[in-house]
Write a protein that binds this ligand. Sequence first.
Ligand code: CU
Length: 231
Amino acid sequence: MKIASLKAVLASGAVLVSGAAFAAGSIGGTVSFTGAPPKVEKLNRKSDPVCAKVEMDDPTITLSKDGKALANVLVRITKGAPDGKAPAEAAVINQKDCMYDPRVQGAVEGQKVQIKNSDGTLHNVHAYAGQKTLFNQAQPPKAKDIEKDLKGDVIRLKCDVHPWMTAYVLLSKHQFFATTGADGKFEIKDVPAGTYTVEAWHEKLGSQTAEVKVEDGKAADPKLAFGDKKT
Ligand SMILES: [Cu+2]
């Protein structure tokens, strides 16, 4: 009897939990690219024989296969969202094949950033907020991960050894952000019902904003698009 009633309590609890998770909406869709697709240039990585082993395209403007959607756009709520708590886990950036992975990501103010070196060559991680240096640290092969506190808005990482290496971490006061994937799609999950301003940020093409109304259990699509005229 006792076990049966405990099971009943657990079962009803599970229903409540899943019900609560469902009582929110999401913001998602595709960030469109409406301009003429730029010519993809190969990066010149000859300065370091380790990096030169792998050919890489310049990822500054990365479009979907059909050229109509834009990858590496950080979409985040900039108005209307409640503040959140920084997660205990760090935002991780890996240096692999002499590139930062991911190139663009969001993090919560106060969250740590952890930078790994998976390459058999020296990197020098130089972090900026605007023109101001936040830290500047060499990371030889097999060196331990660099872990730092993040403060600012747009944090830019550059490698002083390999000038093509760039990454961005955008900080928000909450976790309502997502980066567009290779297909230009993004999804911000578990957004409470409400009206918000969302910003789509691209390292080269600037930013766009849109108003969006989120309803419980529904996906709101803010229709974000970039052309090729912006700087
Ligand atoms: Cu490097």
